[in-house]
Design a protein around this ligand. Structure first.
Ligand code: GMT
Length: 376
């Protein structure tokens, strides 16, 4: 099939999932065209089957806001016509589903039918899309998509609750290529560069937005390091980073917390991590938790949104009420303080991640594309 994928090219989960999906589809013989404003961060190779088309938005002083949706829908029309694209898959409703629908309509005028699959990722529904400024456009775009998927059952239920949706929503969870992560020797991970042998490594990875409750990450770690020799790796960039650094200073734990910024080496960092913290206000799925689990890193998370569908209490880690930093710290300590317990949780985390293996999930999208082709 010839598939166009529209996504955000950043480190955010939706862009990562869209990119990994495109790469997997290309390995399965499909021709994949990424259409976005920058080459996606996880898209490190272009090939015969992988194309990237950059959307340029010319700056014009009249416009206070440059019209990205217009440029995107025009680019879509051109790419579809030039390469004979058969299916369009947009990740994140705003503004991608909206621009996709416009492209579909323009192509219809020329007698070209382009079925559109929209995947909802979470913040496009729970945090942004539900805002009154966007709500009618988001509802419209979802209802006008030919197929709609959500990354968790929880997100599906939220979407149905917040919006008046007529469309069937199919849950297709996020995924991970389990076979890529073979058990690594301790030395492969270069752990000694980050911490002493007797220290445990606790990690948090996110875009440092309010919804991630960065302060809770630090409060949990503060309690952990009082009981156990440990270091905290803070990976990512975002609006809460400065405040986080200030809190770390105020608590006097600067020598134990390392801010690594955005990284393309997530797997290397997770490889030497002992525990992952994700105390978010909500997560539609929590891809970062799944990436930790496949690297055999147990997860302490909140029990909100789709997180309970990913992190299994008492198995891959523990889940607690949002903001309950005391229980989160106690749960973390109970895993870290005993090496046998830690080894057991590490193994269980890895096993729990296998439910989301790419080889089970990608065929679900392929099946949907087949249905879309019949519709065209
Ligand atoms: O977590 C973010 O703020 C980024 C956001 C995104 O759209 O990239 O992540 C959302 O989509 C991911 C991929 O499906 C999910 O794993 C994240 O849980 C979800 N974030 C939230 O729901 C807050």
């Amino acid at each position: 099939m010839k598939i166009a994928i529209v996504c955000y090219p950043t480190f955010g989960g939706s862009g990562v999932v869209a990119t990994e999906l495109g790469l997997a589809l290309s390995r399965r013989g499909h021709e994949v065209h990424f259409i976005t404003y920058k080459q996606p961060v996880r898209l490190d190779q272009l090939s015969e089957n992988i194309h990237f088309h950059e959307v340029n938005v010319p700056e014009y002083p009249l416009f206070h806001y440059q019209p990205y949706e217009l440029a995107l829908s025009s680019k879509l029309v051109n790419v579809v016509k030039r390469f004979g694209i058969e299916v369009l898959h947009v990740h994140y409703a705003i503004p991608h589903a909206y621009a996709g629908y416009m492209a579909k309509k323009m192509l219809e005028e020329e007698g070209i039918s382009l079925p559109m699959v929209t995947t909802l990722h979470g913040t496009d529904i729970t945090l942004v899309g539900n805002h009154p400024f966007y709500k009618p456009a988001v509802r419209f775009s979802i209802n006008k998509s030919d197929f709609v998927t959500s990354v968790s059952e929880n997100l599906k239920q939220d979407t149905l609750r917040f919006f008046n949706i007529e469309k069937e929503i199919e849950v297709i969870p996020n995924f991970i290529d389990v076979s890529k992560y073979q058990a690594k020797a301790f030395t492969d991970c270069q752990r000694e560069l980050m911490a002493h042998n007797d220290e445990k490594i606790v990690t948090h990875i996110s875009n440092f937005r309010k919804v991630k409750r960065i302060k809770d990450v630090i409060k949990i770690f503060y309690r952990i390091q009082k009981k156990i020799k440990a270091r905290l790796m803070m990976v990512g960039e975002g609006p809460e980073r400065k405040k986080a650094e200030k809190t770390v200073k105020e608590l006097g734990i600067q020598d134990k917390v390392i801010f690594l910024g955005e990284s393309n080496e997530i797997d290397k960092i997770l490889c030497f991590s002992d525990l992952f913290l994700l105390p978010s206000e909500t997560e539609s799925f929590g891809l970062a938790a799944l990436e930790a689990m496949v690297n055999s890193v147990p997860v302490i998370s909140s029990n909100s949104g789709g997180l309970p569908e990913v992190n299994k209490h008492g198995q891959s880690g523990y889940l607690y009420e949002v903001g309950d930093v005391k229980s989160m710290a106690n749960g973390a300590i109970s895993i870290l303080e005993n090496n046998d317990t830690l080894a057991r949780f590490k193994q269980q985390a890895r096993i729990a991640s296998e439910r989301f293996d790419i080889h089970q999930v990608v065929p679900m999208y392929e099946e949907l594309y087949q249905k879309a082709l019949i519709l065209a």
